[in-house]
Design a protein around this ligand. Structure first.
Ligand SMILES: C[C@H](N)C(=O)N[C@@H](CCCCN)C(=O)O
Length: 525
């Protein structure tokens, strides 16, 4: 009689890569929404209408009208006077300007007009950090991990992708509404409501992140684990890159900052539906795994107990990964929130293109993260890759802090180096966690790491927003903002890089003592 050997669904290459693709797609939609507001910082922090010209310059409508009025009061061209109502695509504007004591005549054509929200830098920083607010202060990420280990991948993933969608809708509602002078929680109503939406979204996004990590370990353990994690991160980066590249053009085209968010909410709805499809595969994988266990006479693995958390919390290697994650990501994700404006004011990049330079960072990582992941799978050296990535992060921020070399091409080169660093550390760090923590506690382990990381993702934008407002904003005698000096914020980012170097070195030392295998290949030969 022919003996049939039961196989798990995850033993099929097609099945496991399909599962990876579906879950990564849901995450990609989340990453799009996470960064969709970053290129809009300048627009959000400008009051009233902003006028964009065909030569890729822009100007608040008020100052344009002031110039035109000044022009008309001089009675130089009263027959082509513009009013605010006439600020629309295709209109020509003519005005005189005093430059270095000489009067110059300028004629420009309007390409689009968009509504600015008049937020302060501190408000923008608060909003950006609100992503981690519920995760950090209500410990929701920690509970999310426990829910994941107790209730399973299907329930938790549906819950978290639903939360992302709900948060996105609230954020869109806040940005598309005019609340006048209304206040909420002692804050401008729009800022408060948009932040609340972002906080709910952030809770969903982070719980989806730990769920996706557990999904990947479930399907890829002992196989192409780091490559799979690298590909998942790569797909997430596509979401970030597209957000950075298209958000401002969409806002300009539609005339309002809320439209890119609406687009993100629609994407998240599709992401929610795709996770439902994954749930069907997950059920089949569980059934096939149970059949394999039965055939081999194995019993089901003991479930997760809260007391298991002790094992996680007593591991020094685990804490070092936590701290590395905190410092490294504090130097990257919060930086992205401010990077577009940095390009405009430090590197003199026209606003229309300014989002494209930070977008190079995730675009670069799309290719490199799976490449480094596959390298780690085959030859190991995980701890070393983390050290190299941390060194590169530090160098990049020191270069951005320098008051010299304010050329756009220099910013492009530095951003590419940051992209390499941002591929090296995630591709080595995330697949290293299952080498330190067993599968059973992995949900809680990833949740704890994400929790600590979220402290940085919340507080660092608050800090940087505040520092920009109080130490980096340059004003003229009349108190009008004339530019920004980014030295202080960039030095802060460089300090995070230095801490990451120290911690990754300690991790390598700990690995050589405890033999976690961080320098060894992941794939079993
Ligand atoms: C922001 C989120 N908490 C995060 O850290 N994301 C990582 C990817 C984590 C993947 C773990 N398998 C990132 O680098 O975007």
């Amino acid at each position: 009689m022919k003996e049939t050997i039961q196989k798990r669904l995850s033993d099929s290459k097609t099945a496991r890569w399909t599962a990876l693709f579906i879950v990564s797609f849901t995450m990609m939609c989340g990453y799009f929404l996470t960064d969709v507001m970053s290129p809009l910082e300048n627009l959000l922090t400008t009051k009233g209408q902003v006028v964009y010209f065909t030569d890729d310059t822009s100007m608040p409508a008020d100052s344009l009208v002031a110039k035109v009025n000044y022009f008309s009061s001089e009675e130089m061209l009263s027959n082509s006077l513009l009013t605010v109502e006439q600020l629309e695509e295709g209109s020509k504007v003519q005005y005189y300007e005093m430059q270095n004591g000489a009067q110059t005549q300028t004629e420009k054509t309007i390409s689009s007009v968009a509504r600015g929200e008049g937020w302060s830098s501190t408000e923008y920083g608060f909003f950006s950090g609100a992503y981690g607010l519920i995760n950090v202060f209500l410990l929701m990420l920690f509970f999310g991990g426990v829910i994941l280990d107790k209730m399973g991948i299907r329930f938790t993933g549906m819950m978290s992708s639903g939360l992302m969608f709900m948060g996105a809708l609230i954020k869109w509602y806040a940005l598309s509404s005019d609340f006048g002078d209304a206040q909420l929680f002692g804050m401008d109503m729009q800022v408060a409501l948009a932040s609340l939406g972002f906080a709910i979204f952030g809770m969903g996004a982070e719980i989806t992140g730990i769920t996706a990590s557990k999904v990947i370990v479930k399907w890829f353990a002992g196989k192409e684990l780091a490559l799979a994690m690298g590909l998942q991160v790569a797909m997430a980066r596509i979401g970030t890159a597209v957000a950075l590249a298209v958000s401002l053009p969409v806002a300009r085209w539609m005339g309002d900052v809320s439209y890119p968010v609406l687009f993100g909410a629609i994407l998240l709805c599709v992401g929610f539906a795709s996770y439902m499809i994954y749930c069907v595969m997950d059920r089949k994988e569980d059934a096939s795994a149970a059949a394999v266990r039965m055939e081999n006479g194995e019993t089901e693995e003991e479930g997760f107990k809260l007391s298991d958390l002790k094992l996680i919390f007593c591991s020094k290697g685990f804490w070092l990964i936590n701290l590395l994650c905190l410092m490294f990501y504090a130097g990257v994700f919060p930086f992205l929130k401010f990077a577009t404006k940095l390009m405009i004011y430090k590197y003199d990049v026209p606003e229309s293109f300014a989002g494209l330079i930070p977008a190079l960072l995730p675009f670069g990582t799309i290719l490199l993260t799976p490449v480094f992941g596959s390298l780690y799978d085959r030859i190991g050296r995980g701890a070393t890759l983390m050290i190299i990535g941390s060194v590169m992060l530090t160098v990049v921020h020191v270069l951005f802090a320098l008051p010299v070399m304010n050329y756009w091409w220099f910013a492009v080169i530095v951003m590419i180096v940051l992209g390499i660093a941002f591929s090296l550390v995630p591709s080595a760090m995330w697949p290293s966690v299952p080498k330190i923590i067993p599968m059973k506690q992995l949900g809680s382990a990833y949740a704890t790491i994400f929790y600590i990381q979220n402290i940085g993702l919340t507080m660092v934008p608050w800090l940087i927003g505040w520092v920009i407002e109080h130490f980096a904003t340059l004003r003229n005698e009349a108190g009008v903002i004339v530019g920004y000096d980014y030295t202080a914020p960039m030095v802060i980012f460089a300090v995070f890089g230095l801490c990451a170097i120290l911690i990754s070195t300690l991790l390598r030392v700990e690995d050589s003592k405890k033999h976690y295998g961080l320098e060894e290949a992941n794939m079993k030969k």
